[in-house]
Write a protein that binds this ligand. Structure first.
Ligand SMILES: [Zn+2]
Length: 81
C-alpha cells in the first residue's frame, strides 16, 4: 500500500471522540483497522461506529494519515482494551 487512505468523512468535520494520546499506535493496527472496516480499539467489525481521531504513520518512507473508527457507543466490555 503506497497511497494515502482517503479520509472520506473529513468533510463532515467530525470531532475526535478520543484525545490524541489515547489513540492506538497505528503500527499495531491491521489494514482493516486502518481502513475504517474494523474497530481500531478491539478489532471487531464495525456496525455502529464513532470517529476516534486521525493518526499518522510512516510506510515505505511516506507519511500516511488514517482516520480511526471504533465501536459505538463503546466496545463490548469483554474485549475492551
Ligand atoms: Zn471496538
Amino acid at each position: 500500500m503506497t497511497q494515502d487512505i482517503k479520509p472520506r468523512r473529513k468533510d463532515l468535520r467530525l470531532k475526535p471522540t478520543l484525545p490524541q494520546h489515547l489513540l492506538p499506535d497505528p503500527t499495531t493496527l491491521n489494514v482493516l483497522q486502518l481502513s475504517e472496516q474494523h474497530c481500531a480499539l478491539c478489532g471487531r467489525r464495525l456496525f455502529r461506529d464513532r470517529y476516534l481521531g486521525t493518526v499518522a504513520y510512516k510506510e515505505h518512507g511516506k507519511t500516511i494519515k488514517a482516520d480511526l473508527w471504533g465501536c459505538a457507543p463503546s466496545c463490548a466490555p469483554s474485549v475492551q482494551a
